[in-house]
Design a protein. Structure first.
Length: 115
């Protein structure tokens, strides 16, 4: 069983992930959760996703609008805004830098452990 990821770490990664997915297509909450699960984030509860969507909407990074559904009630679809695109690009820059730094640390520790 995979180890549970720290909620603060996960929140930042999910925020960037949501922006990335919404830059590809408009999604409603449940479908967004399914898309995240398809990339391995299958233990994310709806109680985590919807507050993040609300926060992103308040920050004007995404916009939501109600749309009729073919089978059931209306759904709120989310799309990325121009501000959200800038935030997505900032996230990618920060993620790439963080990933490089962590990789250097991991390689350094592993190299030192071999001595």
């Amino acid at each position: 069983m995979p180890q549970k990821i720290d909620s603060q770490m996960l929140k930042g990664v999910l925020t960037g992930s949501i922006l990335l997915l919404l830059s590809e297509e408009e999604l409603y909450g449940y479908r967004l959760n399914e898309r995240l699960a398809s990339f391995g984030f299958d233990a994310i509860s709806k109680g985590t996703i919807y507050p993040l969507l609300l926060s992103l909407e308040k920050k004007k990074f995404i916009a939501g609008h109600m749309r009729a559904s073919e089978n059931g009630p209306k759904r709120k679809y989310y799309s990325i805004t121009p501000e959200g695109i800038i935030e997505k690009e900032n996230f990618l820059k920060q993620w790439n830098e963080l990933q490089k730094n962590m990789q250097r640390i991991i390689e350094g520790v592993e190299e030192n452990g071999k001595n």
